[in-house]
Structures are given as C-alpha cells and as structure tokens.
Design a protein around this ligand. Structure first.
Ligand code: SAM
Length: 458
C-alpha cells in the first residue's frame, strides 16, 4: 500500500524537523527494515548468527539484535523459531529494554507489555534470577503475552491482565525498575502498516497523551526508592514524548531524567522510537537482590508426599535421577500445588488476591490421577543443560530429513524413526539440543504431546 500521511501530520513534522524534514520524507520511500533478536535465555547472539546465516549486521543500539532481508527469508518458518531462539522485533523497538538494563536479582514491571517483545528482552537480562511482572490491560493481548512468556522460556514471571491503579495497590514500593511502553499514536508504525496513518489526527495525539499521563501517574507508587523507569513510545509527537516526560518530572520532583533518546527513520536503521530513563533520587531503602546463585535447590517439603513422589518418578524417567529437576529451578522460590497445578513461585510475592493473574511463576505441570504430567511451559523453560542431559529425541536442522522430522513433530504427528524403540515415559523433543516440547515413549512410537494451540502453521 502506498503511504499517504495526513496533511496535519506532515505540517507538524515539518515544523518539528525543520531542515531534516525532506530527509525524513525520503526515508518513507525506502523499504521498511526487519529485525530479530537472540533470546538470551536460550542462545548467545554469536551462536544465533552461525545458526542463521542470513542474518546481517547487528543493531547499533542492541547487540543481540540483527537485521535481515524481509523479502528474502521468513524466520518464523523454522523449528528454531518454535524453540524460542529469537524474537522477531522491529529494530527500533529493541531500544527501551536496552535502556532499562535490568540485572539479575531485580524485580521488574513491564506495565504495557503485550505481545511481550520487551518482556522477553528483560527476562534475558534477569537471566532466570529475580522477578518479572508483565501486564497488559487487554484480555486477548494478555493471553498472547502469556503464550510468548512460555514459548521464550520466561520462568520467573507473573503475567497479569490489570489496570495500573489496581496493580499499584498490590505492589507498593516493590519494583527496582518499571518499563512503560505506552499505547501511542504510532507514527513510527506508518511505514510498516500504512493503513494506520488513516486514523491519525491531532485529537488522537491529545487522547493518547492523556492516557499516557494517567498510566504514568500510578508508576511512582510501585517503584522502590532509587528505582528507575523507562518510558517509551513508537511515535514522534513531542506531546507523547519529551513533553510527557517533562510534565512527569515537573509533578514528581523526586524524579530526574537520566537520558532521552530518539530514533528517527532518516537517521537510524529502524522505524523510529522514543525512550527516556527516569530515576527516583532518594537513597535506596531496600536491596531486593536475590541470591546471585543461578541454580539453587528448592525446598519441596511442603508438597503432599504423593505429589512429591510423582515428581520424583517423572524426574527418574527423564533424567534417571529423582532430584535432577530441582537444580534447574530459579533461586528465591518455592514449589506449590494449587488445584492440581504444580508451580514454582517467587517467595517474595505479595498476595495477588483480587488481581486477574494469568500465571504466577513457572507452571511445571499438573498432578492428575496420581501422576505428574509436565507442561509445555516446563519444557520451554528448561535450561539447555537440562535438555542435553534428558531422555530425548533430537532432530538436526542441518539436514532436510532432520528439519522435516521436527516440523512433523510441530504439526502434532507421532514420531516413528526406522526401527527405533522409545522407552516408556516422557522424552524431551529437541532440535540441535534446543527444546521443542514433550513426547511419550510407546514402543516404536513417540506419542506427540505438542499442544494443539502451538502447532506449526503452513
Ligand atoms: C506499544 S504496545 C506494547 C508493546 C509491547 N511492550 C511489546 O514490546 O511487545 C502498548 C500496550 O499497552 C496496552 N495498554 C493500553 N492501555 C493500558 C493500560 N492502561 N494499562 C496497561 N496496558 C495498557 C495495550 O493493550 C498494548 O498492548
């Protein structure tokens, strides 16, 4: 579709950009750029670059991100995508989480998070240590957010579908860092999705600015003393960006702007973004850091004996040891059973009663008919070390047969390979050692346990 920007918008941008305006307009004649980012929970960027030879240069403001030629490759059509190795993300959108720079052990809120690109990025920074609360007000988008948290192996997570004011009541002074990737008039999206430009108006910009102000007003209550906020949008209007941030610090003198960055499509290889880092100046009152140990044995003594035994039996099947799975749980949590669901949950969480919580912690599986049935989230959240030491069926993407075998599994088909026998019990199914899901051994077949809602789409 030919991009036609509304006259009011071009007038406004001309005034804003001055001599740079022709270069800005010329950028709209060029192809949109495409990018993807290595999921730090699964793979290092250098390795991803080897696995995907079509990747071009790294994104300047995010070394985990790479450009690719959108017209030539379809990264979502590969088993590695299903293994959660990378998130397809517009390169400019990689900036806000980069400025947030969470570190292991911290508590982070991603307030407007769906579908979850920045949450996955933050989870990579936390490296399975600390807590990410990820939220979206829209119920369907919050469901998509949950699925992405599962696919990308984010385990130390709480997914909510809430309004900022209700979250603020529960999480008073709780977070070290908060990302507000606000709903906006989306001017930076118009090259990618030209139809969006039709909805633009001066009134829309003003409406978004009011929403953003309202969302931001609940943020200080949730931040600990000395904590940091990153506020970002994918739009160009100052009312939604610099002016919004300035108004915020004017009405909250305890906050100072640390840095503000803009990406423009005529200056940077990306569709455009704004991000500001704002710090609360008071001396930190608490250190919320968890133990820096990534693996830490978790106490399961509070589980019913029958549940404990079922888990041990499962662990013996998959890893030949009854305690193996315990060492792959994140630190600072405990295992609980809630209505048959077995979860790892962060110990420091306040009561979430009354909130719409889609997931609190890492869903390991369900306890049914005296047995433990592992979940897809459990498979996807396991570190690679756990995958490599498990009883498993591994495909190799390096040959046609292996790649096709993985695709057939992702389509939901039973696995049968020549005369191979599969011992009874649970097996992980992997591609080059990266987890895809579960299968169950039954003689010459490995029964497929890949969830229907996740299957490969042609
Ligand atoms: C720019 S998008 C977020 C993109 C996301 N951060 C990512 O990287 O994938 C803004 C999101 O804010 C959500 N939203 C709008 N108003 C909100 C509110 N008052 N509280 C929380 N989320 C809100 C929208 O549903 C939308 O999903």
């Amino acid at each position: 579709m030919q991009l036609k920007l509304p006259k009011d918008l071009t007038d406004k941008l001309e005034q804003q950009l001055g001599a740079e305006f022709p270069a800005f307009l010329a950028a709209y004649e060029q192809e949109k750029v495409a990018g993807l980012r290595a999921n730090g929970l699964k793979v290092q960027p250098e390795l991803l670059k080897n696995l995907l030879p079509y990747l071009q240069e790294a994104v300047e403001w995010c070394r985990d991100g790479f450009y690719y030629a959108d017209s030539e490759v379809r990264p979502a059509k590969h088993p590695y995508y299903y293994a959660g190795l990378y998130y397809i993300q517009e390169p400019s959108a990689m900036l806000p989480a980069q400025l947030l720079a969470a570190s292991p052990g911290q508590r982070v809120l991603d307030l407007c998070a769906a579908p979850g690109g920045k949450s996955v990025q933050i989870a990579g920074q936390l490296a399975r240590n600390g807590l990410l609360v990820t939220n979206d007000i829209h119920p369907q988008r919050a469901k998509a957010l949950l699925k992405n948290m599962e696919r990308y192996g984010v385990v130390n997570v709480v997914v909510t579908n809430e309004t900022p004011d209700r979250l603020a009541k529960v999480f008073a002074g709780y977070f070290d860092k908060i990302l507000v990737d606000a709903p906006c008039s989306g001017e930076g999206m118009f090259r990618k999705e030209p139809a969006m430009a039709n909805d633009w108006s001066v009134q829309e910009v003003a409406k978004y600015a009011r929403w953003q102000q309202e969302i931001l007003s609940y943020v200080p209550d949730m931040l600990r003393a000395g904590g940091e906020i990153v506020y970002s949008t994918c739009t160009f209007s100052p009312e939604e960006n610099e002016i919004q941030v300035q108004n915020f610090v004017n009405s909250h003198p305890e906050f100072h702007i640390q840095e503000m960055r803009r990406l423009w499509p005529h200056q940077n290889k990306g569709e455009g973004h704004f991000a500001a880092r704002i710090k609360e100046q008071n001396t930190p009152s608490v250190n919320t850091k968890n133990d820096a140990n990534v693996y830490q044995a978790c106490d399961i003594s509070n589980l019913k004996a029958a549940v404990r035994e079922a888990l041990q039996d499962f662990s013996r099947q998959v890893w030949k040891q009854e305690q193996a799975w315990l060492k792959w749980l994140p630190p600072g949590g405990l295992i609980i059973e809630r209505n048959g669901h077995i979860l790892w949950e962060d110990k420091t969480l306040p009561s979430l009663k009354g909130l719409k919580v889609l997931r609190s912690g890492w869903l390991l599986g369900v306890w049914e008919k005296g047995r433990f049935r592992p979940s897809q989230a459990f498979a996807m959240g396991l570190p690679q070390e756990a995958a490599l030491s498990a009883q498993r069926c591994n495909f190799s993407a390096g040959n046609e047969q292996g790649r096709y075998g993985a695709i057939r599994y992702l389509r939901g088909e039973t696995i049968q390979i020549d005369n191979q026998e599969w011992p009874s019990g649970w097996h992980l199914v992997t591609i080059d050692g990266f987890v895809l899901g579960w299968g169950k051994g039954a003689g010459h077949s490995l029964k497929n346990d890949y969830p229907p809602g996740w299957r490969w789409e042609d």
